[in-house]
Design a protein around this ligand. Structure first.
Ligand code: FPP
Length: 262
């Protein structure tokens, strides 16, 4: 484990979170950095309620955490950071909250896209395009296009994403290929199924983080998380800092992954 002195430290770029002065930030060892970290960003609403703020204020603050953690991931050489930004179940929320959540990608990218480009970050999106407003799609499409050639961190937003829906789509695609005579059903194996998912060209997550104390997977990357290490924290997403992120990775580095073996 290394230590590095950073100015401001946890939450230094976010007026909504605590942290002032110098703090010691423990950096994970460079030897065993997870290639893919996936995060269920939870607790925005509770963070806001506890401060007497509207729920959307929590989402807005959560947007700033996205920037902080993307930069922290890029800094230590994580290859892929997947963030659960909107699930297929989130449409059940009040329309005003859904509308706000649909504006966030646009707002985030308006503020951050140039910096993401400067940091060689590649933006990607997974999930269904169906039902997403035109302004949301236009913003993410532009970010995907303008960062397509970047070779650094892949910042993968799960937007209107549900893992079961993704698996249903994969099953349909395989059935279509079998029916068309393009695929022998006996040739279907784990690789064939993985190749039909939106993560076909990405490694499976090594580490899943969920904030806010909830101990659930919530229809997130059910196939891909088969052998991921899980790390939960009570910290709400708006208060999640580089320090928490690196603590999770340090803990990951202490784990022994056996993949069912001994
Ligand atoms: C869960 O918290 C969070 C969400 C459903 C939305 C997550 C979105 C962001 C963090 C901002 C996304 C930013 C970009 C750039 C797309 P919750 O509302 O369920 O919290 P609660 O459980 O405390 O109510």
């Amino acid at each position: 484990m290394r230590e590095q002195r950073v100015r401001g430290g946890a939450g230094a770029d976010d007026a909504d979170t605590a942290g002032s002065g110098d703090v010691r930030l423990r950096l994970p060892s460079p030897d065993n950095i997870p290639r893919h970290v996936a995060i269920i960003m939870d607790g925005n609403g509770r963070w806001a309620r506890e401060r007497g703020l509207p729920r959307v204020a929590g989402h807005r603050s959560g947007m700033r955490t996205v920037r902080r953690i993307a930069m922290a991931a890029a800094r230590i050489g994580v290859k892929v950071l997947t963030l659960y930004a909107f699930s297929t179940e989130n449409w059940k929320r009040p329309k005003s909250e859904v509308d706000y959540l649909m504006k966030l990608p646009q707002e985030f990218l308006a503020i951050e896209l140039e910096e993401l480009i400067a940091n060689n970050v590649r933006v990607r999106v997974m999930g269904s395009r169906q039902g997403l407003p035109g302004h949301t799609l236009a913003a993410v499409d532009e970010a995907v296009r303008r960062t397509a050639d970047n070779t650094g961190l892949i910042l993968n937003f799960a937007l209107n994403y549900g893992s079961r829906a993704e698996l249903v789509e994969a099953a349909r695609e395989l059935a279509r290929r079998v029916k068309a005579g393009e695929l022998d059903e006996r040739a279907i194996d784990e690789q064939t199924i993985a190749s039909c998912l939106s993560t076909a060209d990405l490694p499976d997550p090594d580490l899943l983080i969920r904030t806010s104390g909830e101990l659930r997977i919530s229809n997130f990357m059910l196939w891909q998380l088969a052998y991921s290490e899980l790390w939960f924290t009570d910290v709400y997403w708006p208060e999640f800092t580089e320090r928490h992120f690196y603590d999770a990775i340090c803990e990951y580095q202490r784990r022994v992954r056996r993949y069912g073996g001994l």
